[in-house]
Design a protein around this ligand. Structure first.
Ligand code: HEM
Length: 294
């Protein structure tokens, strides 16, 4: 729920307060959306006829209900923004900016209506919450399985933070090994193991197979991150491998693509990395405190 709060603050300019907020209806919609995103959908695999299967399984009705809950929530947030005058000292949030763009701009596809704004907000919300949470959970799992790495990263956090009580963003730059842990985690456990589907534009041949234009391409980032052709001991969690390795997240090193590549690359790489690093550092710091007190 920590990540939900951060993303809500960024996207809606408002903190998310679990059950006290909205009688828990939004929390319900979020949990349901993630359950459905991780499940099987007929429409996903058979775009034209899959909805028949989804009607039978009840997924169609669940999707409609969930969509309606998100839509109501976003409409309320938009209305709140429309009816609120910000003072000069208050910063605009994403909704203020999108509403302003909607008022001032008519693009080639028509004006930026509330429906577009809601779609963008949903994209940001669903793209940001699960990915960051899953990465923190996998990082902690790997650290528990690798006590030497755990000790090294905990020592680093403890030395840099001392007795300040919590890790703040300004300290992150000093945490070189923690950054390697954050880099190694999505190599082994990319939160989006298959990138957004792509479509080929030209005819070409690969490994003897003829690929025609308009073929759907799934990029398997999970397999790429564990390919022994590019990674030494690929199945092992070894953050040190990034010590002398120039691979970054920007999608130009094709053996390492946890954030994707090209035009559809994740637009929030640095926000995602900072959220994961800050949460992980605080967890490790709190844990080391608990151990020290024993
Ligand atoms: C560890 C954190 C994250 C990881 C690993 C991650 C990964 C990805 C990946 C793999 C894609 C698809 C890229 C492609 O197909 O080439 C993507 C897209 C996207 N991500 Fe992230 N992401 C993270 C955090 C975030 C955060 C924090 C936000 C928002 C605040 C966000 C918003 C989005 C959006 C809106 C898209 C869709 C872009 C589009 O439609 O073109 N992501 N992300």
């Amino acid at each position: 729920m920590h990540m939900v709060r951060v993303i809500c603050r960024v996207a809606f300019g408002k903190s998310y307060k679990g059950r006290e907020f909205d009688n828990g209806r939004f929390e319900e919609a979020v949990n349901e959306a993630f359950a459905m995103l991780g499940g099987f959908s007929g429409t996903h695999f058979f775009p034209y006829v899959g909805w028949i299967l989804d009607k039978f399984t009840g997924l169609h009705g669940r999707l409609e209900k969930c969509f309606q809950q998100f839509d109501d929530f976003y409409q309320n947030v938009i209305d709140e923004h429309l009816n609120y005058e910000r003072t000069k000292s208050e910063q605009e949030d994403i909704i203020d900016v999108l509403l302003k763009v909607g008022r001032d701009h008519t693009g080639p596809g028509g004006p930026l209506t509330n429906d577009y704004i809601k779609a963008i907000l949903l994209d940001i919300f669903l793209g940001g919450v699960d990915t960051t949470t899953v990465t923190v959970v996998w990082a902690m799992t790997e650290l528990v399985k690798n006590p030497e790495v755990m000790k090294k990263v905990q020592d680093e956090v403890r030395c840099s933070v001392g007795k300040k009580g919590k890790v703040v963003e300004a300290v992150l730059d000093q945490l070189k090994f923690l950054k390697m842990v954050v880099k190694e985690t999505p190599r082994l456990h990319p939160p989006a193991p298959l990138l957004h589907p792509r479509e080929t534009m030209h005819h070409f041949t690969i490994n003897g197979y003829e690929i025609y234009p308009k073929t759907r391409v799934q990029v398997n980032v999970y397999a790429i991150g564990r390919d022994p052709k590019y990674w030494k001991n690929p199945e092992e969690f070894m953050p040190d491998r990034f010590m002398d390795n120039s691979n970054d997240y920007k999608g130009t090193h094709f053996e390492y693509l946890p954030f994707g590549a090209g035009r559809r690359i994740c637009p929030a790489i640095y926000m995602g990395i900072s959220m994961v690093a800050l949460t992980l550092a605080n967890l490790l710091y709190a844990l080391s405190g608990a151990f020290l007190m024993r």
